[in-house]
Design a protein around this ligand. Structure first.
Ligand code: KIV
Length: 266
């Protein structure tokens, strides 16, 4: 008897995982092939992050990413994914104007294949989260080091204002967010935020006390040589591996050892 296919990860499954104390593994991905690899590895959730502005497009921040680009990448990831929950980032400028703008932009990401959206901000974004939730659009909130606020923060800096962050966490929970990314806060505060709210927290540079963890694809696999924050663990060095493979290819093309009869039509 073949095994029944694994159940898709849904928003309620996120809550069940927290209740059962099962940690959630989240990774970013931006295209079809990467999504297939993440699925095969068994991740619970794929985040189509606007970090693609840095690791795919080569910008110094995520600010230039457009909603149309997020829709494009979300479509690719959705084609490569069957089980993981797909969460797509609302990029800078696509939700801050009004709750209505947040709903309109989120709807585009859901039509592209996302099962939920993520937006940055706590208390300030509560109305936008509530409006999306009323429209049945699940929202993952994001507090702490919020990369779209890089200019206000004066850089990508660890956030330590415990009182403000706890207020943010309570506000997004009350507004209806189904989960919460906590980025760049001391580990003790990550654990305190997790204990304060009843929704699952997904940490990135927020210590082991969160309900799950998220890392950027290119960081985790050793493909990005830009910023290297302390919280990144590189599980592979695919950048070095790819460079060596391509150098060998160049050598073989130049010395005539590629292609051979094996790669040729007779
Ligand atoms: O854009 C992104 O990839 C993110 C994660 C780092 C949480 O927001």
């Amino acid at each position: 008897m073949p095994d029944s296919p694994p159940r898709p990860v849904t928003v309620p499954e996120f809550h069940r995982a927290r209740a059962a104390g099962r940690k959630l593994a989240v990774v970013t991905a931006y295209d079809f092939t990467s999504a297939q690899i993440a699925e095969a590895a068994g991740v619970d959730c794929i985040l189509v992050g606007d970090s693609l502005g840095m690791v795919v497009q080569g910008h110094p921040t995520s600010l230039p990413v457009s909603l149309a680009e997020m829709v494009y990448h979300t479509r690719m990831v959705a084609r490569g994914s069957k089980r993981a929950l797909i969460v797509a980032d609302l990029p800078f400028g696509s939700y801050q104007v009004s709750p209505g703008q947040a709903v309109r932009s989120s709807a585009k990401l859901l039509k592209a294949g996302a099962g939920a959206v993520k937006l940055e901000g706590g208390v300030r974004m509560a109305e936008a989260i509530a409006a999306c939730t009323r429209a049945d659009i699940p929202v993952m909130a994001h507090i702490g080091l919020t990369p779209q606020s890089v200019h206000r923060m004066g850089g990508f800096k660890v956030q330590r204002d415990a009182q403000a962050l706890l207020e943010d966490a309570r506000a997004v929970e009350q507004a209806g967010a189904f989960s919460l990314v906590v980025e760049g806060v001391p580990a003790e505060l990550g654990a305190k935020i997790t204990a304060t709210v009843s929704i699952p927290t997904i940490g990135i540079g927020a210590g082991p006390g969160c309900d799950g963890q998220v890392l950027v694809w290119h960081d985790l696999l050793g493909l990005y040589e830009g910023l290297r924050p302390k919280f990144v663990k590189r599980y592979a060095e695919l950048g070095a591996l790819a460079t060596a493979a391509l150098a060998e290819y160049c050598r073989e093309v130049r010395d005539g050892t590629f292609p051979t009869a094996e790669q040729s039509f007779q």
